[in-house]
Design a protein around this ligand. Structure first.
Ligand code: NDP
Length: 304
């Protein structure tokens, strides 16, 4: 039986550790602060940001939710970022993506002070990560490492194959696994003979954005499967393709008319040694690591 890597429990443990650090900092008169910038009315973004702000409250982190209108210009967003960069009570700046088309996202992310870049998206932090210097690493890949370490899954010397090379997930995940002494292979849409490569993985990280893309024959028996993907399905045919016979899912799909599936076909979990479920695997770690990065930024900025 494959072992389920419980992201909910691991995220809870990290949140408790962060809350403890926040209490210690408050003894020194420091309260970490996060600015969350939510532009317009994208429902998914609203849910994510609300949950980030709520978690701040639970852990004793100060948060400031800023909500520019959907028609905001790049210039006024740059002014906002400049203000946040200079605010003493703000240690972390989170700009929820995606931004409206008229806003130059790259220019904006590059304007965030690297020491307040708690998403780890700034080129300076990407460079620091690559150079193996202390950095604010992107939250989702940092969460992947936490899942592996806290589940006592060996990384050093293992062959880690990452499918996906985005700046947000794939590339930083590769870099973090490399720093943990894995032998790393990065695959993408132009990779040839992908199943042959994924079958060599001791640790397979899927960050593709395509429902159930990794099928059982692409997986080495006993491998650890880390499923970063979040894909919403609403069609009955898709549901049957992934979850036929799963009564618990059936119940919630019947009620809500939707469910989420990762980038790994659930049938592949059966031959795995261990895997992260979707939901309840990598997802919960992302917010926990954002909180950890905010406290880290607060400490680093004060030389603590
Ligand atoms: P991107 O779309 O930025 O990147 C997807 C990557 O997958 C690209 O590198 C692409 O290759 C590769 N890819 C696409 N098709 C194929 C294929 N047929 N074969 C091999 N590789 C392929 O996505 P993200 O990295 O932002 O996100 C990936 C997934 O993770 C999504 O489902 C997203 O929702 C989820 N996610 C989950 C988070 C969480 O908190 N759990 C946080 C962030 C993302 P190429 O570069 O060649 O185009």
């Amino acid at each position: 039986m494959a072992r389920i890597l419980d992201g909910v429990a691991i995220a809870k443990a990290i949140r408790e550790e962060v809350a403890e650090e926040v209490r210690e900092l408050s003894g020194r008169g420091v309260r970490p602060g996060l600015a969350a910038v939510l532009v317009g009315n994208v429902p998914a973004s609203e849910i994510y940001v609300r949950s980030k702000v709520q978690t701040c409250g639970e852990l004793g982190i100060f948060s400031d939710l800023i909500t520019p209108q959907a028609d905001v210009t790049t210039e006024s967003m740059l002014e906002l970022v400049d203000l946040l960069n200079r605010r003493e009570d703000i240690d972390g700046i989170l700009i929820q993506l995606p931004l409206p088309a008229q806003v130059d996202t790259k220019r904006l992310l590059d304007a965030v002070a690297p020491e307040k870049d708690v998403d780890g998206f700034h080129p300076v932090n990407a460079g620091r990560l690559q150079a193996g210097r202390p950095a604010l690493a992107p939250c989702t890949p940092a969460g992947v490492i936490q899942i592996l370490k806290r589940s006592q899954i060996p990384i050093a010397g293992q062959h880690a194959v990452i499918v996906g090379r985005s700046d947000i997930v794939g590339k930083p995940a590769a870099m973090l696994l490399l720093h943990e002494n894995a032998t790393v292979t990065i695959c993408h849409s132009k990779t040839r003979e992908l199943p042959e490569i994924t079958r060599q993985a001791d640790i397979l990280v899927a960050a593709i954005g395509r429902a159930g893309f990794i099928t059982p024959e692409m997986v080495k028996p006993g491998a650890t499967l880390i499923d970063v993907g979040i894909n919403r399905i609403t069609e009955r045919a898709d549901f049957d393709r992934f979850f036929k016979g799963d009564l618990k899912r059936e119940e919630s799909f019947a009620k809500r008319g939707t469910t989420i599936v990762g980038d790994i076909h659930p049938a592949a979990f059966k031959t795995a040694g261990a895997y992260t479920p979707v939901p309840g695997g990598v997802g919960p770690l992302t917010i926990a690591m954002l909180m950890a990065n905010t406290v880290r930024a607060a400490k680093m900025r004060r030389g603590l």
